[in-house]
Ligand binder design. Structure first.
Ligand code: SDX
Length: 433
């Protein structure tokens, strides 16, 4: 990966120093600056990590200019069309799609772990019924580490595999329980005769009093949403999981940290914020007013569901999500859904606006996902929980890649100190004046 090309840094008053240039399989070359401080006594400054590769990874690749997303080399469009979420979870974890036997074994293992410890149900009772489900998720997922002391040697690949299977299997149950708790309805035990996503819908929308069979069209749509959200390179929440894991913290605590980061409206909370924004805009006639606000430097309002740090073209997931949206609205008899029509008009106007063109602001994955989930019957406050359910696969695989990397060290960035210069504590009497 290191090619012969070198980067030479010339700092006034110092001899030039050379750094290797690392060339990836896809994407940007990287200047290896790991010896910069030792050679120059200087740090780089890159708040927000606009120009920083924090790690090497083999899992996911994004080409922001082309609007491409690859999981282990496969384009997201092909995975969404030919695979289901558990195929994709297996692919992300093991690097290859499962054959029939591997898939059967993986599905069987996941089914064995879908239930949570009965004591877990008691955690929910500590929350108010109107608690945001993401607050519940942060607490309950973090608490999983209290239940599995026997599999905590994460240098052991088997312990890492058990943890992966457990958390992938249990997240749907935990998310459904968070929803049921807010509704004041009884928790539903998993049904292992159902597929992964059908079982999730059963635990969400079923109840003990009547038969519930998940609608296969909606199951397919939600399963595809899980696939689209499974991983996304070194986004904020994944970087949070990696940094937390670099201290040797257990994966459940790391995933809980990732859930907390994902909750923010600039990140995974954007789907909830986007739907709330569409409700606030209310009518196509008010779109220009909100576009104007989004462009106003003095207005903190941003068009939720637009823009991306990496994609300077369409987010390929947004394109797929728009198709899923049309399918679900048709199945639900909501083709004339007011919010969907408003979203389509907002997207059209924004994409023709010179501000959005110049800043390369395109719809991202969150733009349509809220409408799809609302049409399926998922409440707005649950949208980011659904995102977290899917992204837990990516978080676990990224965490494992990090701790099994022989070069891995605890993450410890430095800073550019701009505070008060060093000074002595004055004698007590001098402090009064
Ligand atoms: C996700 O990183 C990932 O991969 C994330 C994600 C994943 O799968 O993990 O893809 C999921 O988080 C998608 C993003 C969801 N968030 C939103 O939809 C919220 C709205 N979007 C923005 O907050 C913003 O676009 C970000 C946070 C997504 C990206 O921010 P950046 O890369 O820091 O870009 P920026 O804020 O510096 O924006 C560049 C310019 C700025 O104007 P200038 O300062 O250059 O004049 O574009 C403007 C911004 O003000 N801008 C917007 C805008 N997004 C950026 N202006 C209006 N509306 C917007 N949505």
């Amino acid at each position: 990966m290191t090619n012969e090309r070198k980067a030479t840094l010339t700092i006034e008053g110092q001899d030039p120093v050379e750094f290797s240039i690392l060339s990836p399989v896809h994407g940007n070359d990287c200047i290896d600056i790991r010896t910069l401080a030792a050679k120059t006594g200087m740090f780089t400054y890159d708040s927000g990590f606009l120009s920083t590769a924090a790690c090497q990874s083999k899992i996911t690749f994004i080409d922001g200019d082309k609007g491409e997303l690859l999981y282990r080399g496969y384009p997201i469009e092909q995975l969404a069309k030919h695979c289901n979420f558990l195929d994709v979870a297996y692919l992300l974890k093991h690097g290859e799609l499962p054959n029939a036997k591997e898939k059967q074994e993986f599905v069987a293992i996941v089914k064995k772990h879908t239930m949570v410890h009965e004591q877990m149900a008691k955690f929910y009772q500590g929350f108010r019924r109107d608690a945001h489900p993401m607050a519940v998720m942060v607490g309950v997922v973090g608490a999983l580490s209290a239940f599995y002391h026997e599999a905590e040697d994460f240098s052991d690949v088997e312990h890492r595999n058990i943890s992966f299977n457990r958390i992938v299997a249990k997240l749907p149950t935990i998310v459904a329980m968070a929803y049921k708790y807010t509704m004041g309805e009884p928790f539903m035990y998993p049904r292992n005769d159902l597929g992964y996503t059908a079982n999730f819908m059963y635990m969400m929308f079923g109840n003990p009093c009547e038969k519930y069979e998940p609608n296969p069209v909606l199951v397919h749509a939600l399963d595809t949403i899980f696939t689209l959200h499974a991983d996304h390179e070194q986004n904020a929440s994944t970087s949070t999981v990696r940094l937390a894991g670099s201290s040797g913290a257990n994966p459940y605590a790391c995933i809980s940290a990732g859930i907390g980061c994902l909750w923010g409206p600039a990140h995974g909370g954007a789907n909830e914020a986007c739907l709330n924004m569409l409700e606030e805009i209310g009518d196509v006639s008010r779109v220009p007013e909100y576009i104007k606000r989004a462009k106003d430097k003095n207005d903190t309002f941003k068009l939720m569901g637009f823009g991306h740090r990496v994609y300077k073209n369409f987010d390929p997931r947004a394109k797929l999500m728009r198709g899923i949206c049309a399918e679900v609205l048709k199945e639900q008899g909501l083709e004339n859904d007011r919010l969907f029509k408003l979203a389509m008009e907002l997207e059209k106007i924004a994409l023709e606006d010179e501000y959005f063109i110049e800043k390369k602001l395109y719809p991202n994955v969150d733009f349509y996902s809220g409408i799809v989930q609302k049409a399926i019957g998922i409440p707005t406050t649950m949208f980011t929980c659904i995102f977290a359910l899917a992204r837990t696969v990516g978080w676990m695989v990224q965490w494992e890649e990090m701790i099994s990397d022989p070069e891995f060290k605890i993450g410890r960035p430095r800073q550019l100190y701009t505070g008060t210069p060093a000074r002595d504590v004055p004698p007590i009497h001098q402090r009064d004046d």
